[in-house]
Design a protein around this ligand. Structure first.
Ligand code: AMP
Length: 287
């Protein structure tokens, strides 16, 4: 019989649980999430379980990373179902603070990463990565994980967190995990719940456009403009998918690229109905 995870609702409760359960040489793995869990999240949880003695999952819809016009209030939540899923994975601790337990009304400290977070989603969502970095640093401070697990689905977020951990000498290993997709290619996302049946079918052009980019690179294409033209063509075949950006950048530094002369990432964001979806593919030349 799997046990319900312990639930901590504020930093003191989380620290108390960890002080009782973490022994001198045991390791702690943390999976930060905003809940409404799916197989993508669970793949991170399984990896954290495999590699650590104690597995902590945080569930917190972080107001700081949503702009006023964004979907904070509508963001899907289902704590009961999340806890069932995490109990089946034998997670030890769920850290799920209320917004009030996370942020004091007169808080005045924000963590800013000033380079990698400027482009792509950072350009489209000003302040978003300040919110992400601040909440992740606070989670690290309370849980003190040895390892933390992030999905490559949020590729830029993973790079920004790696940079923050490096720059601030945080004693945590940041592990990126592969994107989990539906059979037909759609990347799993809590926001897919916003999609109607027709929109869901249309959203497939995103992963298809990335397939096309991958295929071109495999075939030896090195001209970034030509690859992006094809990506945009595939997406524009579906007029209800409103592309926000399609870019190819260096896979580690997110610097702009003209020629595929190093490992790169093709990153997309698009609106499909009410949903803002992102997807990406790491592109590597064969030779
Ligand atoms: P979220 O709850 O959307 O903030 O996501 C929490 C973590 O799960 C982040 O590190 C995401 O990158 C990761 N994640 C979300 N969707 C997927 C997916 N389809 N595959 C792998 N990881 C994912």
């Amino acid at each position: 019989m799997k046990k319900m995870p312990h639930i901590a609702r504020n930093p003191a409760e989380a620290r108390e649980f960890l002080s009782l359960h973490v022994r001198t040489r045991s390791s702690v793995g943390l999976v930060p999430t905003m809940g409404f869990l799916h197989e993508g999240h669970l793949s991170l949880v399984r990896r954290a379980k495999e590699e650590n003695d104690i597995c902590v999952v945080s569930i917190f819809v972080n107001p700081l990373q949503f702009a006023p016009a964004e979907d904070l209030a509508a963001y899907p939540r289902d704590m009961e179902r999340d806890l069932e899923l995490l109990s089946a994975e034998d997670v030890h601790l769920v850290y799920s603070p209320s917004p009030g337990a996370m942020y004091l009304p007169d808080r005045s400290t924000l963590i800013t990463e000033n380079s990698l977070s400027r482009c792509l989603c950072g350009a489209a969502r000003p302040g978003h990565f300040d919110g992400v970095c601040t909440v992740v640093l606070k989670l690290f401070s309370v849980i003190a994980p040895d390892r933390a697990y992030f999905g490559e689905k949020d590729y830029q977020q993973l790079q920004v967190i790696k940079r923050m951990a490096r720059d601030l000498d945080l004693p945590v290993e940041i592990t990126g995990c592969p994107i989990i997709r539906e059979r037909d290619g759609l990347a799993l996302s809590s926001r897919n719940i916003y999609l109607g049946e027709k929109e869901r079918a249309e959203a497939l052009v995103l992963s298809r456009s990335l397939d096309a980019a991958e295929e071109l690179v495999r075939g030896g294409e090195t001209d970034v403009t030509r690859i992006l033209d094809v990506v945009r063509d595939v997406i524009s075949a579906c007029p209800s998918v409103a592309l926000e950006y399609a870019e190819i950048r260096g896979a580690d530094d997110l610097a702009p690229l003209d020629i595929m002369n190093k490992r790169a990432v093709c990153a997309l964001a698009a609106r499909v109905g009410r949903a803002r979806l992102i997807d990406n593919r790491v592109l590597e030349r064969r030779d």
